[in-house]
Design a protein around this ligand. Sequence first.
Ligand code: NAD
Ligand code: UDP
Length: 338
Amino acid sequence: MATILITGGTGYIGAHAAAELMAAGWDVVLLDNLRNSTPGVLDRLAALTGKRAPFVQADVRDAAALDQVFAAHRIEAVMHFAGLKSVGQSWQQAALYLDNNVGGTACLVAAMERASVRRLVFSSSATVYGEPDGVPIPESAPLRSTNPYGRSKLLCEDMLRELQGADSRWQVALLRYFTPVGAHPSALLGESPQGVPNNLMPYIAQVAAGLRPELQVFGQDYPTLDGTGVRDYIHVVDLAQGHVAALRYVQQSGKGITVNLGTGQGISVLQMVRAFEAASGRPVALRFVDRRPGDVAACYAATDLAHSALGWRAQLPLSAMCADAWRWQQALAADRAE
Ligand code: NAD
Ligand code: UDP
């Protein structure tokens, strides 16, 4: 089978996508600058799949390194995960987010064009919907950004839409992720946030593990079922399988697509806390604090297009997201204890 280049391949979602692609019979080449991941992922991926994926330590803004990768491998398509993803950091380092995320994507696309590889699966985000007019959010909803990270994703989407509109040989899948959580059920792959986690699930996992005293719940007066923020959490393994489905779609149809990857189900912060307590058997202390600036009340996906076009639906329930995140949290603790 053909080879897929995975940028950001040692990162959280990229590594899960690599595992699913390899399980489905594809060869992969991983490229990452290791800014937010470690090479240990490569050993764990090999243990999981029984095969060691070639790895290139390089930045997607390094044109010469990209040319070398395309010269050395018969790349059939690229999955582009490499990017910076912290909303908070993007306010402090807006220029970095433009350079890394938008500049990185432009550099990759130019290298693909030089190599005549014009099939791309891109990691976009529900952040491109900004404060939505309503939920569930269809792909046709207006696009807006509320922070520099979101703007960088929107600019990448614009660039890729432009490219595809101008040259029909390009096939681009823009995948708008809702809120990826969980870990591989083997506990070999997962997310290892550096320092204080920004996101809900890793924060809850650390409270359950006794590493942090309590969860701060950002806001209790949203117009939602219990006043806390509602999100569409999707298991990272389901998300990774959505990438395989999107790749097959562009291969078979010869067309691009813009599609939401979510479950279509909204879960509140308090519902998530209760589900995690049930999965871990540990209490999660919490305290209500002010809303987090820029947060929307509710965000969940319309999933009809993913189902009708890709034949894909998220399968794994909230209990599996929590159980797998907890298993991963325990594996991390065991690693640190060694
Ligand atoms: P991650 O940080 O775990 O993985 C991204 C990887 O890209 C990291 O290993 C990092 O070292 C690498 N990287 C960053 N900039 C690079 C560069 N210039 N050159 C080479 N490698 C580089 O993040 P993730 O959660 O796996 O996210 C993957 C993609 O999905 C990102 O583009 C992110 O914006 C997008 N996304 C993530 C979420 C989420 O909640 N995790 C939601 C929506 C979209
Ligand atoms: N959240 C919270 N406390 C935290 C982290 C997040 O209450 O320590 C809330 C946040 O306000 C939002 C939900 O949990 O309503 C999901 O936040 P996360 O950052 O995980 O995902 P995103 O909002 O980026 O989809």
